[in-house]
Design a protein around this ligand. Sequence first.
Ligand SMILES: NC(=O)c1ccc[n+]([C@@H]2O[C@H](COP(=O)([O-])OP(=O)(O)OC[C@H]3O[C@@H](n4cnc5c(N)ncnc54)[C@H](O)[C@@H]3O)[C@@H](O)[C@H]2O)c1
Length: 382
Amino acid sequence: MAKKKLNVGMIGYGFMGRTHSNAFRKVGNFFDLDYQPVLKAICGRTETGVKAFADKWGYESVETDWRKMIDRKDIDIIDICTPNDSHMEIAIAAAQAGKMIMCEKPLARTGAEGEKMVAAVEGARVANSVWYNYRRVPAVTMAKQLIDEGRLGKIFHYRAKFLQDWTISADLPQGGTGLWRLDAAAAGSGVTGDLLAHCIDTAIWLNGSVDSVTAMTETFIKERKHNLTGKVEKVGIDDACAFLARFDNGSLATFESTRYARGHKALYTLEINGEHASIAWDLHDLHRLQWFDHRDESKLRGWKSIHVTDGDQPYMKNWWVPGLQIGYEHTFVHQVADFLEGVANNKPTTPSFREALETQYICDAVLDSAKTGKWTEVKSLG
Ligand SMILES: NC(=O)c1ccc[n+]([C@@H]2O[C@H](COP(=O)([O-])OP(=O)(O)OC[C@H]3O[C@@H](n4cnc5c(N)ncnc54)[C@H](O)[C@@H]3O)[C@@H](O)[C@H]2O)c1
């Protein structure tokens, strides 16, 4: 049977524009789905740049104003791959135009922005999802299955960190292409909304809601030249953040992130300790899940390193043969596959905008606590 076509209009063609384009192109080759995405239009602000991208990735047309793209009748899905300060405006306009929306993380700069986005997509009843792609690393998805099957028993601890080292130089400017993450107006916050948002999303997916947090943040370099104004300006982002959290299920957590951990490029690690078993995972070795089960015979008990590549492990039957691993880009292919399956079955794709709002509320509470020095309750999703 011929597949039904879904026309994608992507906005932004930087890092995520590439990962998503690759995913839309590949998904139909590896997953058996009713729908086939079509790279219909790509939008960027400079015509030469956007045309070059369209040629390279096979987009049928280009736009230089995202509003025109949203107005187009031949676009079904708007994919938001722009910096955080534009997510809300684009998503609300897309929802009002009745488009399905896939939005990059974080959902927004703040919970207040996120609430407006949730109201817009739910009011318009359009399919929506946020690209928290680490949920779809097969080893992480398998961790979720093991927890849901009750194999760990009661959870006591959750531990996550996300470490990088690319902003240590005081000469690095803030703002503009490539450096918008250092500009609080564009990013919303620093490592909290950028890196910890990933850790928080995975954590609430695996371990449930967070009740309260206490945090500390630091901005190590207080002033940087701003690329858009040419002036030296105050830095408004958090360069590092560490926080403690209490989950609703009674477990305790520690989270840490920084862009000042010399030697670490994208070290996202997590560990969960339960009554019977523990799980650990490391993005630098993403195809492995570490597993310790206290119920094993004592003389053989120890940490197992499970190579998550077999057909009965999440997503893997769609790829090669057992033993051959996949990588970072495949997590985006999985997200597209799940989204298209959700569209076919009229089921939401996790995380929806509403689910991603919970991460936003936790980020808000973390930043608030860092300012007041007090334990802060996380706003409830209601
Ligand atoms: N899921 C992940 O793991 C992950 C990883 C990186 C980035 N992100 C998120 O993806 C988003 C984009 O990040 P990135 O690293 O791709 O950034 P980037 O700087 O590489 O690309 C951003 C793109 O948006 C374009 N853009 C900016 N304003 C625009 C506008 N008004 N109209 C049209 N295009 C515009 C830029 O020209 C550029 O092409 C951010 O929200 C970021 O947090 C997610």
